[in-house]
Write a protein that binds this ligand. Structure first.
Ligand SMILES: Nc1ncnc2c1ncn2[C@@H]1O[C@H](COP(=O)(O)OP(=O)(O)OP(=O)(O)O)[C@@H](O)[C@H]1O
Ligand SMILES: [Mg+2]
Length: 249
């Protein structure tokens, strides 16, 4: 997609810094997500990808910098406003993060209950849960416990849970890591169909080159705390820069 600058971004990170004591993880990271786009962030393990996404949703406090979602500066929001904004954002956590003591149905009910008063949906809770599970092809698993699910099924349930509030922005932290190649492909297909169905704008963190190739409209490489390079898969994968080439081996 064209990344023309006169389109209003759905999300914008400017000069993000995050340190833990003396350890500087993010040193001026920038990112702009445009409507309907699949933007991939790649970076090696420990480079700060999860830290970045946690700052983005307010789970972690940035040391400095600005984070704008729609027209809101999230670093300036109170808890209530932040909660409301979160109903627009679906977050697939690294490693699925289902509640082990709850059934699939209860896992999906959780965000609905939490945001009930803010929801505009007229559909019943049960309809929403059914629709979300159907979207990921797992309606049959509705009464199972997470322990009874395979890794791929867990990821699908986590995806259904992230989607249940019909968010306009989806954040994926390593959606395919730990899955076999075939299951990973299925998850990628699901992510694409979600974008097609709901017109979602997505930020996808991955170190899966196949995932990046299939899903990205644009890629940012996070190296040494900054966006070292930015471009399409074709542009970056043909780069001669050794630091960039490393990602596409
Ligand atoms: N709560 C925390 N306290 C202290 N240091 C942290 C904390 N969270 C993350 N870090 C450090 O920040 C750095 C970046 O971590 P992060 O989880 O963002 O890496 P990542 O790029 O997501 O890696 P991976 O690909 O393995 O998921 C690491 O060095 C990590 O030790
Ligand atoms: Mg991570």
């Amino acid at each position: 997609m064209e990344t023309t600058t006169n389109i209003t971004p759905v999300l914008e990170i400017k000069d993000l810094h995050k340190n833990f004591g003396d350890h500087q993880v993010l040193k001026g990271f920038n990112l702009t997500l445009y409507p309907g786009e699949n933007l991939v962030v790649m970076g090696k393990s420990g480079s700060g990808k999860s830290v970045m996404i946690k700052c983005l949703v307010g789970l972690m406090k940035a040391s400095s910098g600005s984070i704008q979602i729609r027209d809101k500066d999230i670093t300036a929001l109170g808890q209530t406003e932040l909660d409301f904004l979160r109903t627009e954002i679906g977050f697939l956590f690294q490693g699925s993060a289902l509640y082990d003591s709850m059934t699939v149905r209860e896992n999906l009910e959780f965000p609905l209950r939490r945001h009930r008063d803010k929801l505009r949906f007229r559909e019943s809770t049960q309809n929403l849960i059914h629709e979300a599970l159907e979207n990921v092809g797992l309606l049959d698993a509705i009464d199972l416990m997470p322990a009874e699910l395979s890794g791929g099924m867990k990821r699908r349930v986590a995806l259904a849970r992230a989607l249940i509030l019909k968010p306009s922005i989806m954040l994926y932290d390593e959606p395919t890591t730990g899955l076999d190649p075939i299951t990973a492909k299925e998850i990628i297909q699901l992510m694409r169909s979600i974008q097609d169905t709901y017109g979602t704008s997505s930020l996808i963190i991955t170190h899966d080159v196949d995932c990046a190739r299939v899903i990205s409209n644009r890629i940012i490489l996070l190296v040494d705390g900054i966006n070292y390079a930015e471009g399409t898969y074709a542009e970056l994968s043909s780069s001669k820069d050794p630091k960039i080439k490393m990602f596409f081996k």
